[in-house]
Design a protein around this ligand. Structure first.
Ligand SMILES: Nc1ncnc2c1ncn2[C@@H]1O[C@H](COP(=O)(O)OP(=O)(O)OP(=O)(O)O)[C@@H](O)[C@H]1O
Length: 274
């Protein structure tokens, strides 16, 4: 089946093409998912399969619900008063909103990197070791190996190896963001959620994060919210375009960008609104 074949119409107005797929089952499956902040509905009947080991971009104009959907994936929205949801989300087949679901365990399986780097006020080493400390890992050799492997994985080892005991707050913004990625990796997640991870960074630091995302492809399932069309084009395998709380179009990034089937997508990717 070609990359542009419409395979289903899960929600009113949504058009889903074959996304790039891997052999593995989808990492995350969202089914008929809606969300309300009090009386205000922010997400409408969204259905999407996020492919394992691939980079999926969520794009769309401000306020369309990208962050709300991303934060629903690891239940970060749970703490907001008056929130209500219907539908389902599963991670590798496990229903994350099941009454017996363990939210702490879920957040370990889905690491999150935020818009603004948020290193803890402690040393570089302890930031990366943090997930292991929380897990009660005592073995110093395991902690040291994990810190080094995670810093290498986040392309920060060479810059940080001689200052591991210095405060993480002394790192540059771009280094801090790579540190946050290293911390997320140290927790050994299956999925990395990234909410506009480059929006506070300069172009050079942004390029490094994009290169890093490229290197992490295959090892982790990555879901990235971005305002930057060019960034989505550079880093993602698949792209979901959201509009007014709905996934309007989803498929292989090259197809969504060059041959969108929905006029709204076309208008957005060609910069006619945003
Ligand atoms: N905590 C909240 N309480 C009430 N409404 C909210 C809350 N968070 C988001 N919203 C509303 O939900 C809708 C979707 O917001 P969301 O932040 O998910 O959009 P977004 O696409 O990520 O936007 P942006 O690109 O500007 O970050 C918006 O109308 C927003 O005002």
């Amino acid at each position: 089946m070609s990359a542009t074949t419409i395979i289903e119409r899960p929600a009113e107005g949504a058009t889903v093409y074959h996304p790039k797929t891997s052999e593995a089952a989808p990492a995350v499956s969202v089914r008929g998912f809606s969300l309300w902040y009090g009386a205000k509905q922010a997400l409408f009947d969204n259905t999407i399969d996020i492919q394992s080991g691939m980079v999926t971009a969520l794009i769309g104009p401000s306020g369309c619900g990208k962050s709300t959907l991303l934060r629903s994936l690891n239940r970060m929205n749970d703490l907001i008063d008056g929130i209500r949801m219907t539908g389902s989300i599963s991670l590798m087949g496990d229903d994350i909103y099941a009454p017996a679901a363990d939210v702490i365990a879920l957040r370990k399986r889905m690491g999150m990197v935020f818009q603004k780097p948020n290193p803890f006020p402690m040393s570089i080493f302890e930031n990366v070791a943090y997930p292991l400390r929380v897990d009660g890992v005592r073995d110093r050799r395991i902690v040291q190996e994990t810190v080094e492997r995670s810093l290498r994985g986040a392309a920060l080892w060479e810059e940080a190896k001689d200052r591991l005991n210095e405060s993480a707050l002394g790192l540059s913004g771009g280094q801090q963001q790579r540190l946050c990625i290293a911390r997320a990796i140290a927790g050994d997640p299956e999925v990395l959620l990234m909410d506009e991870p480059c929006s506070a960074l300069d172009p050079i630091a942004t390029a490094k994060i994009e290169e890093l995302i490229d290197n992490l492809r295959g090892q982790y399932t990555i879901i990235i919210v971005t305002h930057s069309m060019s960034q989505a084009g550079r880093v993602s395998d698949n792209t979901a375009f959201m509009y007014l709380g709905r996934i309007i179009e989803y498929g292989e990034t090259s197809t969504v960008f060059t041959q969108p089937r929905v006029q709204r997508t076309q208008e957005y990717v060609t910069g006619r609104f945003g």
